[in-house]
Every structure is written in structure tokens, then in C-alpha cells.
Design a protein around this ligand. Structure first.
Ligand code: PAF
Length: 283
């Protein structure tokens, strides 16, 4: 695996690959890698001849009171995991390489209708930071295909929309959430959990499955399902930010034409803020 920290170096390598006719896959990450990221690498490998991954903890997507400084960083382990997973090139830029004019970009991308709801309502500016850095990384890497986890369901929807609206010629692929055997979705932020909190955290998935089962049994009063879900999380000692049933295609409240739902949750548990989701087809 080649490791580079400069845009110019990355472009030199990619130019060579393209001259050889290679299809380039890309997996952007913030590092602190786990089995979920490795599954994204595998999905990219499957669709491309060469795979690039970036590890960049993007300051622009963290709010002033969020965990940018203490976000877990494990560059040595990340590099080993990526090499073992068949990554061809690791892009490891410093903040100055991505934001040479300061820690922000003068040009910001805002996917307006999607960025202010759900996660966006609780983390103002977060999705502008995500959309902007992903657009920049697409401009730097110019991949044919890029893979993102479905665990960050709203992020994936925003990236799809941004890519379509800006006519960026990158195929966006969503990869299924990877879970521990007890149901907890893999996340770098799981590292913030104490042993006792880690034992409680799978209750998020349990609550999601219970809500999906209520839909399957015919419950269509979504307010009841949302209230019940939030209560189950509070009973498990968490503080839910939201437990929402939405149209899986629009992320808006379900309407009669809705064919598939997504149930989205964000909950605080100790120092961690965890998110997860589950899709349910309507029959
Ligand atoms: O999902 C993440 O790790 C980040 O939001 C991303 C897509 C790498 C952008 O910084």
C-alpha cells in the first residue's frame, strides 16, 4: 500500500492508474477503523481495480462543543488494517493540505432540504462540513465509485443528493451496517463507552427491531411507535435525541405513497452519542 499526504502525490499515482485503464474506488473515512470500514473497503474492491482510502478527521463537520480534539485517532493500526484489507493507496492529509486558507473552506456545500433535519437539527452545520469535504475529496481523488456506510443513513442520502445535483461523475454505493453479535452497530465512537455502557448500547438495536416489528404487525400510528422507542431507550439509561419514523426515500414523515420506512435514532450514553437506523418495507 502506498501512503501519501499530499494531493499532488496522490494525483501522480492516480494518473498512472488511469493511463493503465484502471477503475478507481474510494472509501473516505475519519480513521479509527473497525470491521464496518473494512466492509466498505471490500465493497470498493469488488467494484474497482484500484482502491483508495482517506483518513482525515475533518474539523469542518464538528461543532464547537463536539469531540473533534478527542475523536479517536489510531493511524498505525488504521494503516495496517487498510493494507490487510487490500487498499492500494492511503491518503493521509494534514488539515492544512485540505484547508490551506484555514480550517474551513470559503466555498461551502449545503444540501439544504436534508441538512437541517434529524442529525442536522441536533448538529448545526455538521452536514455542510460533510458535504464540503466529500466534494473536495471527490475533486482530489476523482474516483469512479465511492462507498459509504448505511449506518450514517442521512449522510449517505446527502452525499447522493449532492453528487446528483452537482453532476459529479462518481457512482455512490451504500454498504450495509456491520453489527457486533449483540446487535450494536460498529462505530468509532463506541470506544467512548465504559464496560457498563457497552452492555446497554445494544438496546438501541433492540428498540429499532421492536419498532420495525410494530410496523410489520400493522401499526400505522407512527407517533406511538416513536414515543415507545424513545421510552425504551430512556429505560435503558440513555438520553435519546430522536427516535423517528421517516420515509426511507425522502427522510420526511411518511405519506400514503411511502413504500419503505427508515427508523432513525440518535441517543446519548455516557460520553458517547450513538446513531443507528433500520429500514422497513411497507406491505
Ligand atoms: O462518515 C465519515 O467518516 C465522514 O463523515 C466522512 C464521510 C469521511 C467525511 O468526513
Amino acid at each position: 500500500m502506498i501512503t501519501v499526504d499530499r494531493i499532488a502525490e496522490l494525483r501522480t499515482v492516480v494518473r498512472q492508474w488511469r493511463a493503465e485503464g484502471a477503475r478507481v474506488g474510494f472509501v473516505p473515512t475519519m480513521g479509527s477503523l473497525h470491521a464496518g470500514h473494512i466492509s466498505l473497503l471490500a465493497a470498493a474492491r469488488f467494484r474497482a481495480d484500484r482502491v483508495i482510502s482517506s483518513v482525515f478527521v475533518n474539523p469542518m463537520q464538528f461543532g464547537p462543543s463536539e469531540d473533534f480534539e478527542r475523536y479517536p485517532r489510531s493511524p498505525v493500526e488504521d494503516s495496517q488494517l487498510l493494507a490487510d484489507a487490500g487498499c492500494d493507496l492511503l491518503f493521509l492529509p494534514a488539515v492544512d493540505e485540505i484547508y490551506p486558507e484555514g480550517r474551513e473552506s470559503a466555498t461551502r456545500i449545503s444540501v439544504k432540504p436534508l441538512a437541517g433535519i434529524l442529525e442536522g437539527a441536533h448538529r448545526p452545520g455538521h452536514f455542510d462540513g460533510v458535504a464540503t469535504v466529500v466534494a473536495k475529496l471527490f475533486g482530489i481523488v476523482q474516483p469512479d465509485v465511492a462507498v459509504f456506510g448505511e449506518k450514517d443513513y442521512q449522510q449517505l442520502a446527502i452525499i447522493r443528493r449532492m453528487t446528483a445535483d452537482l453532476d459529479i461523475p462518481v457512482e455512490i454505493v451504500g454498504a450495509p451496517t456491520v453489527r457486533s453479535p449483540d446487535g450494536l452497530a460498529m462505530s468509532s465512537r463506541n470506544r467512548y463507552l465504559s464496560t457498563a455502557e457497552r452492555a446497554l448500547a445494544p438496546r438501541i438495536h433492540t428498540a429499532l427491531k421492536a419498532a420495525a416489528a410494530r410496523v410489520d404487525q400493522g401499526e400505522r400510528d407512527y407517533a406511538v411507535i416513536m414515543e415507545q422507542g424513545a421510552r425504551e431507550l430512556r429505560d435503558a439509561g440513555m438520553q435519546p435525541d430522536y427516535f423517528e419514523v421517516r420515509d426511507a426515500a425522502t427522510l420526511l414523515p411518511p405519506v400514503p405513497a411511502t413504500r419503505e420506512l427508515v427508523i432513525l435514532v440518535a441517543a446519548r450514553l455516557g460520553k458517547a452519542r450513538l446513531i443507528d437506523n433500520l429500514r422497513v418495507a411497507l406491505r
